[in-house]
Design a protein around this ligand. Structure first.
Ligand SMILES: Cc1cc2nc3c(=O)[nH]c(=O)nc-3n(C[C@H](O)[C@H](O)[C@H](O)COP(=O)(O)OP(=O)(O)OC[C@H]3O[C@@H](n4cnc5c(N)ncnc54)[C@H](O)[C@@H]3O)c2cc1C
Length: 428
């Protein structure tokens, strides 16, 4: 595989797959249409042909990251004032869905990277900070953005610990203690995508005030350099799907980071999680893309046009037509609610908007796997051979509803509870 990044001339005409969200039908902005189009071209021409290799060998898609850097995609959510593309939430989601259509592991890991910019950028701009805090935050985030844009630095986002912290119920057990000039961090993160491949780990941890009970309000979001003393990657990664994410275990043993490692000022992550809840919807674009890919494959296959398969048509059977109709309906429903949810993402959403965000997450994650299941059943045995992408889509799609904090189960828990109770209401 070549080391140098490959370039791509963006040409808006003559493509085989059409855009997932047609710019004029969905009234996309010029920027959204341009970024999503570029992602579609990158995905189809460069990432799709490589996807089976990352999956088969469970290796990280490093070459894709070089290409994304050369197309300024590592800086997609870096504000324009800092030299990035300045994509807002919806623009990012639409772009990521197009990447997910061609390589799930690339889209999912890219999401971890992009969140370090989205959360510290657009999202943080909507949150309350003192003037002094804001000036300091802008200075600090510029350091991170510069590394990303100039050096191609890649950030990850390990928060899972195998406890209820990642679900948002308890403080993170990874702890930071304030020392002169920075913090000392100790703890363990499981399922840390990009482990061993990111340059910085965007770690969520609890700032400890001696003599006080750890609190979720004291969550810190720190960028820990992968090469810092005390950082290690352990265990293996051999899962059923999303194999290229390389989500191994990260250990932090009394790691020192300086004050500028803060990706958000103290206390602001807690505020973000409560007042900007759509921040947790960013895992869904990958799976929206996989759902589209399963549908596209089925149509191509039944028409006898799927690359790598004999030109045998199967579209004339009424059972196939019915199955495609069912898949189309499910896909359109998922796309419609997802588009609405990403459109209304923002600070202080209404109760209805929050319920819709959970519903969109649940629907996308479950529909993605359901469409892959239907695709295999409809296309038949030859379609699930490893030479074709469908079986990988099927395995990758299985992971969507497991992603904390908004797993399918937790979304249902929240929808049921929050639909029946107003904030603070009890049955006492
Ligand atoms: C491919 C892949 C990549 C990942 N990458 C990352 C990453 O980069 N960073 C990261 O931080 N994490 C990542 N994760 C981790 C993910 O978010 C989960 O933490 C991980 O799947 C392990 O969770 P678990 O199901 O074992 O969790 P458990 O906490 O054991 O939960 C099991 C299930 O119980 C339910 N549950 C959990 N807590 C509660 C509760 N309090 N009340 C009711 N039900 C509950 C949930 O539905 C959950 O699915 C990744 C996961 C996958 C599959």
């Amino acid at each position: 595989m070549a080391d140098a990044a490959q370039t791509l001339d963006v040409d808006f005409s003559g493509d085989a797959d059409s855009a997932m969200f047609d710019p004029s039908a969905f009234r996309l902005t010029e920027k959204e249409a341009r970024l999503a189009e570029k992602a579609r071209r990158l995905g189809r021409e460069l990432f799709a042909p490589r996807a089976s290799q990352w999956d088969r060998d469970a290796i990280f898609p490093s070459q894709n990251y070089k290409d994304m850097h050369s197309h300024n995609f590592l800086g997609i959510c870096v504000p324009e004032a800092d030299g990035g593309e300045g994509a807002e939430f919806r623009a990012y989601c639409l772009t990521a869905a197009e990447i997910g259509r061609y390589c799930g592991a690339t889209a999912l890991t890219w999401n971890m990277h992009v969140c370090s910019c989205l959360w510290s950028g657009t999202l943080a701009d909507d949150l309350d900070m003192s003037d002094e805090q804001r000036v300091e935050h802008k200075r600090r985030r510029a350091i991170h953005y510069k590394r990303i844009l100039n050096e191609g630095a890649v950030y990850s986002q390990p928060f899972s610990e195998g406890s209820s912290a990642a679900a948002g119920f308890t403080p993170f057990a990874t702890q930071a203690r304030k020392v002169d000039g920075g913090y000392r961090v100790s703890g363990k993160k499981i399922f840390a995508s990009l482990a061993g491949h990111a340059d910085y780990y965007g770690v969520l941890c609890t700032l400890i005030h001696e003599g006080q009970k750890p609190s979720r309000r004291d969550t810190l979001y720190l960028a820990i350099p992968a090469k810092a003393d005390g950082v290690s990657v352990v265990g293996d990664w051999d899962p059923v799907g999303m194999r290229g994410t390389v989500s191994r275990t990260l250990l932090f043993d009394d790691v020192f980071v300086d004050d500028d490692a803060q990706l958000m000022p103290q206390g602001v992550y807690f505020q973000a999680a409560s007042s900007w809840p759509h921040m947790f919807l960013t895992l869904s674009p990958t799976y929206m893309g996989i759902a589209q890919a399963a549908y596209d494959f089925t149509v191509q296959y039944l028409r006898g046009e799927a690359p790598g398969t004999p030109p045998v048509k199967r579209r004339m059977y009424p059972t196939k037509q019915l199955a495609v109709a069912e898949m189309h309906t499910k896909l359109e429903c998922a796309k419609a609610i997802w588009f609405q949810a990403i459109t209304e993402a923002g600070p202080s959403p209404s109760k209805e908007q929050i319920l819709r965000a959970y519903t969109a997450q649940y629907t996308v994650m479950e529909t993605s796997n359901d469409l892959c299941r239907l695709a295999i059943r409809t296309c038949g045995g030859q379609s699930m051979l490893c030479a074709l992408p469908l079986e990988r889509l099927y395995r990758d799609s299985r992971c969507g509803s497991l992603m904390l904090p908004w797993t399918a189960e937790l979304c249902m828990d929240r929808i049921g509870r929050e639909a029946l109770y107003e904030a603070g209401e009890t049955d006492d």
